[in-house]
Design a protein around this ligand. Structure first.
Ligand code: ATP
Length: 513
């Protein structure tokens, strides 16, 4: 674990050093849990957003996009339940004065039991080799059985407390489990209190009665309140979906994990409107489609898993997360929720306007049910970086840091490097770049030795480098170097475009889903 934390620290400083992510307002000592994307980060982020957008809007005839405003009528957040129920249970340690989410402290405790059990299993698997029967071992080993029983009891108690919104019970669980503050090491806890996560501000001048408005904590409501506009003007027939990418804001209590939990972040959400009664089938379908989307990136199938929710949000009748193995454990990257007709019915009630759908096939009107897929761009960004970051020791004994990014997502697709800064090589290199720049993001670099330049490109995840040397002037061939294998081959300049394009195009990636 310590080693993993180390990797995480390195990743954070790598992000800063190479222009992926900077702390916001850094020259003023930063602003907690707010980050800016740099010159490399913005390219990677845009590529990720395009991958998501195209997978929704291009690959599904019945999914269209919108871009709704961040400010919305404040009653929307009454109707959605966010004013009354968008709370996190917080608890303070009286000695360190640090604030925590009570549910997260308990989840971490559950993960500790899992770790203990898994370690026993791993040890035994090594000891017994091929004869190892894991099921039997889990059922009979006294230490495993004891820890599993403790874990299950805690899990049941926790789920019950969450479902009842029983704050005293959450605190009691923390005390009974002996959970200590990681900073002070003490168990001196305050009561658990609810904390609303929405930011608010005022619209209009105070003299004419300013209106209290919220910064949206999710993009979904912009879709719900536009659903009938889109359905009518786009002549959409159920089932159909509306996709949106945009900023969301949450006043998170604990924000210590870099861009994993931010106060200003970006979401990619799709609401899929279906006939009542068919929602669980669609839920299952979208679960599968979304996992495939993640897996197509090739970061390793074993790094993803589903996690079904114990506590369903006030609007849901089924919910699952897609989790990714971050350097700090499996964590949610995307949520898939069956939101029933909660939101649409509620908006109908609060607005007094009918937003029912007339189903021509059934000859009747109803309020559609909704399946939502909701993914954070920033968390996705972090998962891609964490899954791509490698430190390698080469045969020469040298080390290199390389981002093995999926080529389609890489900020720079091709680096164009003249071997030396003279003899017409820079001009030749520029001519190659000028020819390719319309189709792919290229970078020209002539400074330092070729080895150093390769390292710089490895560090930002550039999948290919071409080197222009004296032979290029004679026969129009260049050396093409592969980031992952570091192998080099001689190719004709004329063949470069299709070679790189085939491997970095969005189409190539989308076809893998
Ligand atoms: P968590 O339990 O981690 O707070 P959540 O279940 O509240 O997350 P959702 O409301 O389901 O999250 O939001 C959908 C997605 O938006 C999440 O899967 C995540 O990728 C992203 N997201 C939510 N909150 C944040 C945040 N504070 N910073 C960055 N991304 C976030």
């Amino acid at each position: 674990m310590a080693q993993q934390e180390d990797v995480f620290k390195k990743l954070v400083s790598h992000c800063k050093e190479y222009g992926f992510v900077f702390p916001s307002s850094e020259i003023y000592d930063g602003l907690a849990a707010v980050y800016d994307y740099g010159q490399m980060g913005v390219e990677l982020k845009n590529n990720l957003k395009k991958y998501w957008w195209d997978s929704m809007v291009l690959l599904h005839e019945n999914v269209v996009g919108i871009d709704s405003a961040i400010f919305m009528h404040p009653t929307i957040w009454k109707a959605s339940g966010h004013v009354d129920a968008f709370n996190d249970p917080l608890i303070d340690n009286k000695d360190s004065k640090k604030r925590y989410r009570a549910d997260v402290l308990i989840e971490d405790q559950l993960a500790k039991y899992d770790d203990k059990i898994n370690k026993e299993v791993e040890k035994a698997a090594k000891r017994f080799g091929e004869q190892f029967d894991e099921t039997q071992f889990r059922a009979t080993n006294p230490r495993v059985v004891e820890n599993q029983a403790k874990r299950d009891a805690l899990h049941t108690r926790f789920a019950q407390a969450l479902n009842d919104s029983n704050l005293d019970e959450l605190r009691q669980i923390i005390l009974d489990e002996g959970i200590a503050c990681p900073i002070s090491g003490t168990r001196n806890w305050t009561d658990v209190r609810q904390f609303n996560l929405m930011f608010s501000t005022e619209m209009g001048s105070t003299s004419d009665g300013a209106l209290k408005v919220y910064l949206r904590p999710e993009t979904a409501q912009g879709i719900f309140v536009n659903y009938l506009n889109v359905q009518k003007t786009g002549r959409m027939k159920i089932p159909f979906g509306i996709a949106q990418i945009g900023k969301a804001f949450r006043n998170e209590i604990v924000a210590r994990q870099f861009i994993f939990r931010m106060r200003e972040f970006e979401q990619m959400e799709m609401q899929f409107f279906v006939r009542p009664g068919s929602e669980l089938d669609w839920f299952a379908k979208w679960k599968e489609i979304r996992l495939k989307w993640h897996q197509a990136l090739g970061l390793g199938q074993e790094k993803y898993r589903y996690h079904d929710h114990d506590k369903l949000a006030h609007y849901a009748n089924a919910a699952t997360d897609i989790e990714f193995l971050m350097p700090f454990g499996f964590k949610e990257v995307e949520g898939i929720h069956s939101r029933t007709d909660f939101d649409l019915s509620s908006h109908e009630q609060f607005s007094g306007k009918s937003i029912k759908y007339f189903d021509p096939e059934l000859g009747e009107s109803y309020t559609p049910y909704v399946i939502e897929t909701s993914i954070g761009v920033d968390r996705m960004f972090l998962s891609v970086l964490a899954g791509s970051y490698r430190e390698e020791t080469l045969d020469s004994g040298e080390t290199r840091v390389v981002l093995m990014l999926p080529p389609t997502l890489a900020p720079i697709k091709l680096a164009v490097l003249p071997l030396v800064k003279k003899d017409g090589l820079p001009e030749k290199a520029r001519a190659i770049l000028d020819d390719l720049k319309f189709e792919m993001k290229c970078q020209y670099d002539e400074k330092d030795s070729i080895g150093k330049r390769y390292r710089r490109q490895d560090a930002i995840g550039t999948p290919w480098c071409v080197t222009i040397d004296h032979q290029t002037l004679e026969d129009d061939t260049v050396t093409l170097r592969n980031r992952d294998t570091m192998e080099q081959e001689r190719v004709a300049i004329g063949a470069l475009r299709s070679f790189v394009q085939e491997r970095v195009s969005m189409t190539a990636l989308l076809k893998r889903i």
